[in-house]
Design a protein around this ligand. Structure first.
Ligand SMILES: *[C@@H]1O[C@H](CO)[C@@H](O)[C@H](O)[C@H]1NC(C)=O
Ligand SMILES: *[C@@H]1O[C@H](CO)[C@@H](O)[C@H](O)[C@H]1NC(C)=O
Ligand SMILES: *[C@@H]1O[C@H](CO)[C@@H](O)[C@H](O)[C@H]1NC(C)=O
Ligand SMILES: *[C@@H]1O[C@H](CO)[C@@H](O)[C@H](O)[C@H]1NC(C)=O
Length: 627
């Protein structure tokens, strides 16, 4: 009897559902307790209940791939398109040296040399596109690296920073075009969080990035990345709805009661609103805040519509069907509208990112692990060059009311309570910044406003480029286009000669050019507006993301798959129809709302904008008479 009991406990131990997040290895109850004791359980372990082939998409991303069921969950490793390059010294792993063995040129000096500051409006794109491009990456990366040096380790430029290995302050050269007048000689920055800094891996191994989102395109920036958070802060458990509050007659995510310590940018006592949702994207930079509110509302619009046509559906079914539709609509708009405009529809069809037809497609491959590359979220930082600093507010008749500054809206959810209708109207009326080689001054000087005296998002991006240990720009060119680059002149196939000169002023060898700097200066892709190397890295990722996601919305053979008729309704989704459904005071809009209104794209009544018809989800069994 004793022995039986003993064996029983042993097998319970062996059958723990805890896994190491880095290796995916199952660990025992004892090993898990050790993590709790060391306070490493949050980052370094995942509890994963046994997978079922017929279950739907999990909130935590696990069991997406049944072979590699831990990958896909939060805090699991990314992969690299090209192997890392770095140097080592007594501090540990450091950025690589130049080809000749010297330190790389100062990031701020490179940045101010190659990117001009200035202001030109784009003739094609609206601010709504830049807001959306801020929102979507929140689904597969995380913001904690910024919080780190602003809030947790705010001392990197001081003496104390010299003692903290996580600090990597950015040196501002004496002859800096702006700061030779300000006296500022340092920008605060910390190293990217890694499995090593989270104490999941030993410090003598190469730092590997750890992020807080799931790698799938699953709106984890809205629904959160674990069931407990979703149930506590998300679900109302009634009618399939997300929790909500009515403010000025509109639906909003719930707000924190009491001190809003996340919304550092609020101007009290007037501005108090701060969202209490499963993810911090709802109190973040402006674009992310806006789309969090709209996407939150969209869920509830769908849930109410489903409940009205299918009275026999319970809360669970309404909730998860609404979530499926919400995810599908967001990525239909992202791929078939936003990226098609930016990267070229034909390019993306040829590359296999977009389906050529309206029907199903199934490129699922269960040998591919659901993972995001290190490079993909990083190259999206190029879109910072598109960000306009001025926020123009309009009324619903299209009259310009006043201007504010986008960078002032960060972590300032309270600002939106009175201004959301005007910000919304402005989003599809105001142009984005021009896609040129110039950047907005706010983004380049004061991007973190009152949180830092000075901060330059482009210089931070370049510094991070080096701490992510990416090989040089020309290695990515070789990977993507199979060209060899031995001398600066060889770059003429990618970069205009006068910009090659700018590079030559800062780098001694062509092999030293940093990846992001190459992206900044490349001529755009034919048929689109983005740098070809950004395009290449994005396509590699998107094809993999679609092929490795068992629950991808265009698949016919998956648990809870859409019917053909339902998929056709998803395909009707556009950013214009989305804004007509959830945008404050939006009663008219141009049909292609990522593009400026004008001939062929006139602002018109929402009644003329095609929308998803929920009747495709009508369930005949609800009307059957009970026996
Ligand atoms: C334990 O870890 C969590 C998550 O990283 C952190 O928020 C908390 O401050 C840590 N607690 C202690 C006592 O170190
Ligand atoms: C590794 O280094 C990080 C950052 O300096 C530190 O927080 C962590 O405690 C170290 N881990 C170990 C196991 O020493
Ligand atoms: C916006 O930021 C600028 C620069 O930091 C500051 O001077 C201004 O007062 C801010 N405006 C608002 C409305 O917060
Ligand atoms: C860096 O952080 C320190 C300490 O918080 C702060 O005093 C300084 O102004 C910051 N530097 C800049 C350039 O903002």
């Amino acid at each position: 009897m004793f022995l039986l009991l003993f064996l029983f406990f042993l097998s319970v131990n062996a059958l723990s559902n805890y896994h190491e997040s880095y290796t995916g290895k199952r660990i025992s109850e004892e090993e898990y307790k050790e993590h709790v004791k060391q306070n490493t359980s949050f980052w370094c372990t995942n509890e994963i209940l046994p997978c079922h082939p017929l279950e739907g998409r999990r909130v935590d991303g696990s069991c997406n791939n049944l072979k590699y069921y831990t990958l896909g969950a939060v805090h699991t490793p990314q992969y690299r398109i090209l192997p890392p390059e770095y140097s080592r010294d007594d501090r540990g792993f450091e950025p690589k040296l130049t080809k000749r063995g010297n330190d790389m040129p100062l990031p701020r000096a490179v940045r101010t040399n190659v990117l001009l500051e200035g202001h030109l409006s784009d003739r094609r794109f609206t601010q709504l596109l830049t807001h959306f491009l801020v929102h979507v990456p929140g689904d597969f990366l995380s913001l904690h690296d910024t919080v780190n040096y602003v809030q947790w380790k705010p001392y990197c430029c001081t003496e104390k920073g010299k003692q903290d290995n996580m600090c990597i302050p950015i040196k501002v050269p004496d002859e800096d075009p702006v700061h030779r007048f300000s006296g500022i000689r340092c920008f605060n920055l910390t190293r990217p969080e890694s499995f090593q800094s989270a104490r999941c891996r030993p410090n003598n191994t190469l730092p590997e990035r750890i992020v807080t989102s799931t790698p799938a395109l699953d709106l984890s920036n809205i629904y959160g990345n674990n069931m407990k958070l979703l149930n506590e802060k998300g679900r109302l458990f009634k009618g399939g709805l997300l929790k909500f509050e009515m403010v000025n007659g509109a639906v909003w995510p719930p707000s924190i009661k009491g001190p809003a310590n996340l919304c550092y940018g609020n101007h009290p006592p007037m501005e108090t609103r701060c969202h209490d949702t499963p993810e911090s994207g709802a109190n973040s930079v402006l674009g992310s805040n806006l789309f969090s509110i709209w996407t939150w509302r969209y869920h509830n619009v769908i849930a109410n519509a489903l409940a009205a046509i299918n009275p026999c559906w319970d809360d669970e079914r309404l909730f998860y069907t609404s979530r499926e539709i919400n995810i599908a609509v967001t990525y239909q708009i992202f791929l078939y509208e936003a990226l098609a405009l930016l990267m070229g529809q034909h390019n993306l069809i040829n590359a296999g990112v977009l389906s050529p037809g309206l029907g199903f497609r199934d490129i699922y491959d269960d040998n591919l692990a659901p993972q995001v590359s290190m490079e993909f979220p990083f190259v999206l930082r190029w879109f910072h060059t598109l960000q306009e600093g001025i926020l123009r507010l309009y009324d619903e008749k299209g009259y310009h009311l006043r201007d504010d500054r986008i960078t002032n809206m960060t972590l300032r959810t309270g600002y939106l309570v009175d201004n959301l209708p005007y910000v919304t109207q402005g989003a599809f009326r105001q142009p984005s910044a021009k896609l040129d080689y110039a950047i907005d001054s706010d983004m380049a000087q004061t991007v973190l406003t009152h949180h830092q005296r000075a901060s330059d998002v482009f210089t931070s991006d370049l510094t991070k480029n080096r701490y992510f240990f990416f090989p040089s720009y020309v290695k990515y060119r070789e990977f993507c286009f199979h060209n060899k680059y031995r001398r600066f002149e060889d770059l003429v196939d990618a970069i205009d000669p006068e910009r090659i000169e700018l590079l030559r002023e800062k780098y001694t060898d062509v092999e030293d050019i940093d990846l992001i700097v190459g992206l900044w200066l490349e001529r755009p892709i034919s048929g689109g507006y983005v740098p070809p190397t950004l395009y290449c890295i994005s396509v590699v990722q998107l094809v993999r993301t679609i092929a490795s996601d068992r629950h991808w919305y265009e698949r016919p053979n998956r648990p809870n798959a859409f019917s053909f008729e339902q998929l056709l309704e998803i395909r009707k989704s556009t950013i214009a129809s989305f804004m007509c459904t959830v945008g404050d005071s939006v009663t008219e809009i141009q049909p292609q709302a990522f593009l400026r209104a004008g001939p062929g794209n006139e602002i018109q009544s929402c009644d003329h904008i095609d929308r998803l018809n929920i009747n495709a989800w009508y369930d005949h069994t609800c009307s059957r008479k009970p026996h």
